[in-house]
Ligand binder design. Structure first.
Ligand code: 3PG
Length: 396
């Protein structure tokens, strides 16, 4: 059993708390703060219980457009929390250690982007990670470590796997909730329906194979580029434009989809109609009316009605990825309505950081669980474990 905050005597303790506030950015700063909001309960609880909280987090990847410092994240945390949250533009140097030492009980500080340090962007065994500069230099300033960064816990990075080797370590509230739901999918109400959409076709095909082979899925509904890959594999001539979009994402997708159809055709559902752009307008086409001159951008009304019926009768609906190009108003209806229909299932679970941001934009809510994790959630849905969780378990 993993130790949680219920097992931690927080009063007066200096805690290193790993959060995942990696967020979409635009010119104005944070484009979406869902991941920041997700950690409010953990941080507030620890501060209320008298801890001194040093937050560790990353933003983007070195070289990427969204690789940035964490000053705006700290400001947003300070706005959202009732307790004060400061910002320190160092992670493990004397400046960072002094800043942590200066915290009063009940105060928090966000340390600088862990990925500004090259070791944090490498992959380590936990014992090696414990010997990195980041961990060795920060540990003297800390009494214990809390991992609340479920969404980054598939990474073998020092701030995730190093500290539990050398400090008493605990799972935060976000981590606890995620493990509770995603770790117990096999006990969720049946029938279980997976909706796989979006553009990460290979990931979705892997999830579909895994849940079908393990008997976890009673039905897999395909949509978005994933749906188009299955239609192509089934011999539907969608048109060169749609085929090009699928191939751009993956050369293996159509073959992978075809293999799955050979093994599990009775449990895989494909779109019955699609929406394309014609003369600037949304036009819906039945499969008999294809091929189309433009790529399929959304599912059509017939597909939506059929999928909504299945979802409404389901025990658990697990959704990952949008049903179409929801960023374009003409093609958002499929995603909005499909996700809305899934909330009528007994239990609805949404996986994937990007999907959560999309839903907030479309104003759809009412799910039982919206995972903060992209890759981490997929890892759990395909039956894998998370290294960041394994090291917490090793401690107990
Ligand atoms: C995510 O966005 O899925 C996590 O923050 C992990 O980020 P990464 O894929 O850059 O490691």
């Amino acid at each position: 059993m993993i130790r949680t905050l219920d097992d931690l005597d927080a009063e007066g303790k200096a805690l290193g708390v790993r959060v995942d506030i990696n967020s979409p950015l635009d010119e104005g700063g944070l484009a979406d703060d869902a991941r920041i909001r997700a950690h409010v309960d953990t941080i507030e609880e620890l501060c209320r219980r008298g801890a001194r909280v040093a937050l560790l987090a990353h933003q983007g990847r070195p070289g990427g457009e969204d690789f940035s410092d964490l000053s705006t994240h700290a400001e947003r945390l300070d706005d959202l929390l009732e307790v004060p949250v400061g910002y320190c533009d160092a992670t493990f140097t004397a400046a960072a250690r002094d800043r942590v030492a200066d915290l009063d009980d009940g105060e928090a500080v966000l340390l600088e982007n862990t990925r500004f340090y090259s070791e944090e962007y490498m992959s380590f065994d936990p014992a090696e990670a414990a010997e990195t500069y980041l961990v060795e230099k920060l540990v003297p300033a800390l009494d214990a470590y809390v991992n609340d960064a479920f969404a980054a816990s598939h990474r073998r990075q020092p701030s995730i796997v190093g500290f539990p080797k050398v400090l008493p370590s605990y799972a935060g509230r976000v981590m606890e909730r995620e493990l509770d739901v995603l770790g117990n999918i096999s006990e969720s109400p049946e029938p279980r329906v997976y909706v796989l959409g979006g553009a990460k076709v290979d990931d979705s095909i892997e999830v579909a194979r895994s849940v079908l082979e393990r008997g976890l899925a009673d039905a897999v509904l395909t949509a978005g580029i994933v749906g188009n890959a299955f239609l192509l594999a089934d011999g539907v001539s969608l048109g060169a434009a749609s085929a090009a979009v699928v191939n751009e994402r993956s050369h293996e997708a159509v073959k992978g989809a075809g293999d799955l159809l050979d093994d599990f055709s009775h449990r895989i559902y494909m779109p019955r109609d699609v929406a394309i752009e014609r003369n600037g307008e949304r036009v819906e086409l039945d499969l008999e009316d294809l091929p189309a001159e433009n790529p399929a951008m959304d599912i059509g009304a017939r597909t939506l009605a059929a999928y909504a019926d299945i979802l409404e009768d389901s025990g658990t609906a697990i959704l990952n990825g949008p049903a179409g190009v929801y960023e374009d108003e003409r093609f958002e209806v499929g995603t909005r309505e499909l996700y809305t229909a899934s909330t009528r299932s007994e239990m609805s679970i949404v996986g994937g950081g990007d999907t959560a941001a999309a839903l907030r934009r479309l104003g759809v809510d009412g799910f039982d669980h919206v995972s903060t994790g992209g890759g981490a959630a997929l890892n759990m849905l395909t039956g894998g474990s998370l290294i960041g969780v394994d090291v917490l378990n090793d401690q107990s």
